[in-house]
Write a protein that binds this ligand. Structure first.
Ligand code: SF4
Length: 370
């Protein structure tokens, strides 16, 4: 088994095990119920798109890193007015469920003969866990022990035990861990590959995957189980068998890199993973964020934490607002169901881009301030 090192600790390279299993078909070593994967896909046809949960039921641990103002809109029951899910969302989520089901199955097969690694509470057996958020008192008391408070639920993709090898020890010891499986867009997957999973983005905004990992760890800690690791395994939705990445900073003029030179380029793996360690500050912030939302009087208690990024009215863009004075709203605002509640002056427009193949997509902007 391959190991990856994080500071003074070595952890199993689970993504390498999964890739190997995906490349080598064989008889199953574990009993799997194909109906579980089928049901998870068909569930997408039952879910009512566009129906928004309100009040306490809108709060989920999976959204612990979301924009706090957006959490407050839903918690206070404001009708959404912004990005709406469409038929493409149903297909994307269904495809994601199918691939995630296949990945978890491959993972269970890959670890079947590996000493020390075990995984349960996957698929239809996922466990519902809760972070209890106190409404008053010292927030540090809510870390790491059972605590009376408002329960916020979540469903990790799996829970298990993994060997952890600390520097200086003769052999690894076993620790509990949480599994999260993600399907990622091109952008998110390349970012994961280059930067890993930071707790905060470069602009200080929480990283949703990292916060979700800490929320689940915190829920288990409050149950009295001292989890300090989450394994996030992800696949790139658009990674193909012929995709590669280059390491060279000085590409030759022909933009071709030599064969068999591992220092210059390598195949892109479609599946990669990362161990995310416990972070007490982030876990305390998660409790604090939920507490602020629960005690707020409305979304306007919170300033807009996200805003216009850049002026898109540069010459050469083909769109009907060419030359208009506007500032573009990007993620997460352009995907936010409360976009127009939050930015009443926002507007959308279609913009074409690309050279060999012209593409066109919808952008969102607000009038640029003078
Ligand atoms: S539009 Fe942006 S700032 Fe406003 S609630 Fe949504 S994500 Fe937050």
């Amino acid at each position: 088994m391959k190991w990856v090192t994080l500071g003074e600790t070595a952890m199993p390279d689970i993504a390498a095990l999964v890739r190997e299993r995906l490349e080598n078909g064989s008889e199953f070593k574990v009993d799997h119920d194909p109906a579980d994967i089928g049901n998870s896909i068909l569930r997408q046809l039952k879910e009512k798109r566009g129906e928004h949960k309100k009040g306490l039921s809108s709060l989920r641990l999976s959204a612990s890193g979301s924009c706090i103002r957006r959490l407050a809109y839903d918690f206070h029951g404001v009708e959404p007015d912004g990005f709406k899910t469409t038929s493409s969302s149903t297909l994307i989520f269904g495809t994601g469920d199918a691939t995630e089901g296949l990945l978890v199955t491959a993972l269970l097969e890959a670890i079947a003969d590996v000493d020390g690694i075990s995984l349960e509470a996957t698929g239809a057996d996922q466990q519902r866990i809760h972070v209890k958020v106190p409404l008053r008192g010292d927030l540090s008391d809510a870390l790491g022990k059972p605590w009376a408070g408002v329960p916020i639920p979540g469903h990790p993709d799996g829970q298990g035990v993994v060997p952890v090898w600390d520097k200086g020890d003769d052999e690894p010891h076993l620790e509990p861990f949480i599994l999260e499986v993600k399907s990622m867009s091109d952008y998110a997957f390349s970012k994961f590959r280059k930067e890993g999973i930071p707790f905060y983005e470069s602009n200080g905004v929480p990283n949703g995957y990292a916060f979700q990992s800490q929320a689940y760890q915190l829920a288990k800690r409050q149950e009295g189980i001292p989890v300090r690791w989450t394994y996030l395994i992800a696949y790139g939705k658009s990674v193909g068998a012929k995709d590669a990445m280059v390491f060279s900073d000085a590409p030759p003029k022909s933009r071709r890199w030599h064969e068999d030179d591992p220092d210059q380029w390598a195949n892109l793996y479609p599946v990669i993973g990362a161990w995310i360690p416990r972070n007490d500050e982030v876990q305390a912030e998660i409790i604090s964020r939920y507490q602020q939302v629960l005690l707020s009087e409305g979304p306007d208690d919170f300033d807009r934490p996200h805003g216009p990024k850049r002026d898109t009215g540069h010459p050469g863009t083909k769109n009907k607002y060419k030359g208009a004075k506007r500032s573009r709203l990007t993620f997460p605002c352009d995907w936010c169901p409360h976009l127009f509640n939050c930015w009443p002056e926002a507007f959308t427009y279609a913009q074409t881009y690309g050279f060999y193949k012209e593409l066109c997509s919808i952008h969102t902007a607000v009038p640029k301030e003078d």
